[in-house]
Design a protein around this ligand. Structure first.
Ligand code: BGC
Length: 379
């Protein structure tokens, strides 16, 4: 009997210990700010950490206004890092350009042949994407050092003065971007800009998301809804044709939630051109301002990301150019379609498409745009 009690209690000790081990939760693994401490073009670069009341955290460097990590919980209370990125500034500088987590401007997305006119004056921009201009040019806002000020534990303010004719754009553009990690588990990105000459502006943010956690495989199983019944079809160089096409009865349709990968390999011209999804969706707008752009759910972790924006469009990009060449924060290669982007924006090539909402900013006007990435758990 005595031996039996000893045996039972030692078994319990063993299993209780194991149980304790298996319920220990994953906590955020923050990157040391020192990994980003450097001087670039005479300006101090570092890494800032924002934390909300529930414990979500994000780390942002003022190099490119780049979101480096974003830790939120899953349905079991485990934290995971939702965004692709690197552990050191050197890796951001030395890897091929992917725009992981960066701020994008002066014009996010493509401008055909890098040309546009304002008041009959033609401007020529850098052509850094075959014959087209992409994401602000050779050195866009993803590659400049922003002046940063941490306003409080949850807010970082970034400023950049983009000089007249930088990358070919007219006018000195004075930009402020605020990142805020709210207590409602939203990463809020708010943009303001003013100019001293008529110019074009289309700012966005370029995080690559995997709701299982960065480096944790494909995103084909994420469930996606995009609040758009139309998209802007593109030509072979990914420039919109100018038409707003209905998504109904095509693989482009995300009006009803479906797995991201369900139709991605369909033999459909637009998907063949984009090598998957790389398209601007025309959002159903709410006249009062901010509207739902998309909702993405990851079934195994129960994580949901909802995107709200004041912008008329969102570029849905399914990570088609990731190919395992770049290794990320957890030392795992970032494989084909292992992350997606949802870039809120005005439509691509709007400066050359008068039928699209305007991207022209005049002196004395203020550009203002807001996007929220809201994280929650399946109920
Ligand atoms: C574009 C893609 C591009 C990617 C990375 C996305 O915004 O739509 O075509 O490959 O950014 O540059």
């Amino acid at each position: 009997m005595r031996y039996l009690i000893i045996l039972v209690s030692s078994l319990c000790l063993f299993s209780c210990k194991n149980e304790k081990k298996s319920i220990s939760k994953m906590t955020p693994k923050l990157i040391a700010a020192a990994n980003f401490d450097t001087i670039i073009e005479g300006k101090k670069v570092t890494l800032y950490t924002l934390k909300n009341k529930s414990g979500a955290q994000t780390q942002i460097t003022n190099y490119g206004g780049t979101v480096v990590s974003l830790w939120v919980q899953d349905k079991e209370g485990n934290y995971g890092d939702m965004v692709l990125g690197h552990n050191t500034i050197a890796e951001y500088l030395n890897n091929p350009k992917t725009y992981f987590g960066s701020l994008i401007g002066r014009y996010g997305n493509r401008i055909a042949k890098g040309k546009f006119s304002i008041n009959n004056i033609e401007y020529s921009l850098a052509t850094n994407n075959n014959e087209n201009h992409l994401h602000g040019g050779t050195k866009g806002y993803d590659a400049v050092v922003w002046d940063a000020k941490q306003m409080d534990a949850q807010t970082l303010e970034l400023k950049y003065l983009s000089p007249d004719l930088e990358e070919g754009y007219p006018g000195n553009l004075s930009i402020t971007v605020q990142y805020q990690l709210t207590d409602a588990n939203e990463l809020k990105v708010e943009y303001w800009a003013t100019t001293d000459k008529t110019t074009i502006v289309n700012l966005t943010h370029h995080s690559y998301f995997n709701l299982k956690g960065e480096g944790n495989g494909t995103i084909n199983d994420h469930l996606v809804h995009i609040n758009a019944s139309r998209f802007t079809p593109v030509d072979a160089s990914l420039i919109p044709t100018g038409v707003l096409a209905l998504v109904k009865d095509t693989p482009m349709d995300f009006t009803t939630t479906k797995p991201l990968g369900k139709d991605i390999n369909a033999d459909y011209e637009q998907l063949n051109i984009g090598l998957g999804y790389d398209h601007n969706y025309v959002l159903e707008q709410n006249p009062t301002g901010i509207h739902l752009a998309a909702r993405v759910t990851e079934p195994t972790t129960g994580r949901i990301m909802e995107l709200y924006t004041s912008e008329p469009g969102v570029q849905f990009y399914s990570g088609n150019f990731l190919d395992g060449d770049v290794t990320g924060k957890s030392n795992k290669p970032y494989e084909y379609r292992s992350a997606f982007c949802l870039e809120t924006q005005h439509y691509p090539d709007s400066p050359n498409k008068p039928q699209f909402p305007t991207v022209v900013l005049h002196p004395k006007e203020e550009y203002h745009s807001v996007t929220l990435y809201k994280f929650s758990i399946v109920k």
